[in-house]
Design a protein around this ligand. Structure first.
Ligand code: GDP
Length: 446
């Protein structure tokens, strides 16, 4: 994740301040040095790093911590506020009819982001359409077509045409009943004059309400040039930073945003259409500093539950009333899966963010998702009756289910054991009156 290193090293430094009520200069210097080191190694521009660390240092030494706050919380608050200030507000994006133009170099993630954004707008209740004008990159048309199908949104493109401006014009006309038009453009391997000329022409035909620059999080200092060049030619209202799920540093993109006075609109966190987040500076920085992001988390949970209810026709309420079957377990797993990669979900939980994840081996989460997938395959090989009541599965059937699905027999045992455990827990819940439940919740909070 972007600036991951900053998050973890900063948390370590902050931990050394635990228990202190006052900060001395050496403490502040230590924190500031750590911030500088991490930001620089994340490719954030030197000038920007100095500016940020100066103001953190000044504030930490001059401002009195409000009564009752520890030195650690005081510094954390200052770092948080300064970081939010550096990154700025998210790009304004009213939920109404509009046309959005996407610009960027080839491979930055434009086509992917166009489909993701369309998906995002459709979830907000608007009717979007993606118009693909990239005649330069072979495969752009097919990719956009496939992804917009996945996103279940309208699409316009013409694989045989070679004039992007004409495609844009035709596309707007053909999708005139859509409310949000997202126009994808061609990129080039590097900034070239013909790219700028082409996008300027499309810009004048499309007359977008917003132009967004798509930047790969892995881009270093080059981001600044790109942002400036596009800013001068078509005007950039906001940036989409993609591939934040990788090991990218992200500092270059942040620098570009700051330098051009633009803002971040969306973050791309994976290859499927749902891997997109509206940028929220507060939540983003909180997550970075290991403070969690409950808003994103609850949005994801809600969305995943809704989809599971719609697509698998499953109501969690029913589960609370009757027996907890393997089907219920499978639906719970699917809802979990729809929330996205577990490590991203964990990062959003206050107290679990960063700190704990850093201690897990990198592949720990993959293993868990791997296991969920093999559980799913095993359940595909079971009969309806077995899914309703797995206690009917005898030794011979166990052997055949494992064999038939090509999953090791131990996995099947794990699945059945997990189901037994969950069933027991659900039965305990079901046996409780409301009063018991409230008492238990209270206990968990303390
Ligand atoms: P374009 O040339 O700008 O249209 O770029 P594409 O949309 O084709 O993206 C280039 C590559 O990056 C593709 O393989 C995408 O699947 C991948 N990609 C785009 N966004 C993301 C992201 O947020 N995360 C990951 N992991 N891959 C992405």
């Amino acid at each position: 994740m972007v600036l991951d290193d900053l998050g973890s090293s900063l948390r370590d430094t902050m931990d050394t301040l635990r228990g202190k009520s006052r900060l001395d200069e050496a403490d502040v210097e230590e924190v500031v040095r750590e911030i500088q080191r991490s930001l620089l190694s994340a490719d954030v521009d030197v000038g920007l790093v100095m500016e940020l660390s100066d103001s953190i240092e000044t504030r930490a030494l001059e401002e009195e911590p409000p009564g009752g706050t520890t030195a650690r919380d005081h510094v954390l608050k200052i770092v948080y506020e300064e970081m939010v200030g550096l990154i700025g507000e998210s790009t304004e994006l009213p939920l109404q009819e509009q046309t959005i133009l996407l610009a960027g170099l080839q491979g930055s993630g434009k086509t992917t982001s166009a489909a993701k954004m369309a998906w995002w707008f459709s979830k907000k209740g608007l009717r979007p359409a993606v118009i693909q004008t990239d005649t330069f990159r072979p495969g752009a048309y097919d990719q956009a077509k496939q992804m917009t199908e996945d996103a279940e949104v309208q699409f316009y493109g013409d694989p045989d045409a070679d004039d992007p401006v004409q495609i844009a014009r035709d596309g707007l006309e053909a999708t005139s009943d859509a409310e949000v038009h997202i126009v994808d453009t061609a990129g080039r391997h590097a900034l070239e004059d013909d790219l700028i000329a082409e996008i300027e022409e499309i810009d004048s035909v499309v007359d977008p309400d917003r132009s967004l620059l798509v930047l790969d999080a892995a881009i270093g200092q080059g981001a600044k040039d790109q942002a400036q060049r596009f800013e001068e030619s078509i005007g950039i209202d906001g940036v989409v930073i993609t591939k934040l799920d990788g090991t990218a540093k992200g500092g270059g993109a942040l620098t570009a945003v700051n330098e051009t006075g633009s803002s971040i609109a969306f973050l791309g966190t994976g290859e499927t259409v749902q891997d997109i987040e509206r940028f929220e500076p507060n939540g983003f920085i909180s997550r970075l500093l290991g403070m969690g992001d409950l808003k994103q988390l609850s949005e994801r949970v809600e969305r995943a539950m809704e989809e599971t209810q719609e697509e698998d026709d499953w109501d969690p309420e029913d589960m609370m009333e009757g027996e907890f079957t393997l089907k219920d377990m499978r639906n719970q797993m699917r809802a979990m899966d729809r929330m996205g990669p577990l490590d991203q979900v964990m990062d959003m939980i206050p107290g679990l963010g960063g700190g704990i994840m850093d201690q897990l081996p990198d592949d720990a989460m993959d293993v868990t998702q791997d296991r969920m997938r093999s559980f799913d395959i095993l359940m595909d090989s079971m009969t309806e009756a077995e899914l309703e009541d797995p206690s009917v599965i005898g030794a011979e059937r166990q052997r055949r289910i494992a064999h038939g699905s090509g999953v090791p027999a131990e996995r099947l045992e794990e699945l059945l054991e997990q189901h037994r455990m969950m069933k027991r827990t659900m039965e305990q819940f079901a046996g409780m009156g409301d009063g018991d439940m409230q008492r238990m919740m209270k206990k968990m909070q303390n």
